[in-house]
Design a protein around this ligand. Sequence first.
Ligand code: KG4
Ligand code: ZN
Length: 357
Amino acid sequence: MLVLGIETTCDETAAAVVERLPDGSARILSNIVRSQTEEHAPYGGVVPEIAARAHVELLDGLVARAMKESGVGFPQLSGIAAAAGPGLIGGVIVGLTTAKAIALVHRTPLIAVNHLEAHALTPRLTRALEFPYCLFLASGGHTQIVAVLGVGNYVRLGTTVDDAMGEAFDKVAKMLGLPYPGGPQVERAAEGGDASRFNFPRPMLGRPDANFSLSGLKTAVRNEASRIDPLKPQDISDLCAGFQAAVLEATADRLGVGLKLFQERFGTPRALVAAGGVAANRAIRASLEGVAAKAQTMLIIPPPALCTDNGAMIAWAGAERLAAGLTDTLEAPPRARWLLDANAQAPAGFANTRAGF
Ligand code: KG4
Ligand code: ZN
């Protein structure tokens, strides 16, 4: 089974060809990602209109390269998969429409993939992993704990009630004058910092649900920063270290509750899987080791290039759905919002302004 995957939901334009073998294992034949970081950097964040235009300009060339590198011709493809949401609607329309055109011309099945489902199924792209497992997804747009029970079968156990975790890193970086994207900058600055200098709040600590809240912590960092102003490099390091330590402690606590809820409802997970850009943070990775060990499960973090947005994860989710007999018609709509767990309710106090909760 050979599937072309297209990703355009945020600021990465990506295309890939993935082969699914009869035993359920995978081979990535090509995986090309073009990040638009440079286009958005002057604005300190992703500008939707600029992203949509860049996807239009880049996507056809990327698809051609992905096909060429894979050595696969369009007639050999078993399916065309595109991320149909959730995300910035302009970009989603570009990717989905392109996939529909290819599917129509070559009379190939279309698979409209939920971007979050692609993150959720990524560990099965790189290794044999049975369901059920617990996913911690932390990116610029999402912070969720999800029980992955099967292809198309997901239960959300926790989510952020305000900012996404990557978004909080980016906002803290911005207020401290560090460049975009802020996550890696905050991590680097934190290395030389004293995490104990500031007593930042650990949001939601000890709460019985598995939800996150990050905007109060972000405000606490802002208040300290404006109290000190002008900031010296050591102040910035100390603020980053304090912020990151608070995020780590809150994450360990929230995931501990999430894994407990998982155990009560679905038994022992086969693994704790981390995905999304924030999973690239070494301090967070180290803390997740401890969380998984405590829950007596293994920790799987896919390689960074597959943790962040890419085409291979979309192609793979398409292949998994195709293998399960799930395809879509050319009427499949682009969606700015699209819950992975259709039964999930917005948590109390929910105030997230980004796609999906
Ligand atoms: O998954 P991703 O590449 O894109 C989406 O948001 O979908 O995640 C990007 C986010 C950004 O907010 C970025 O600041 C954050 O992940 N990030 C990090 C690190 N690397 C990337 N956050 C903390 N520490 C890092 N090392
Ligand atoms: Zn993503």
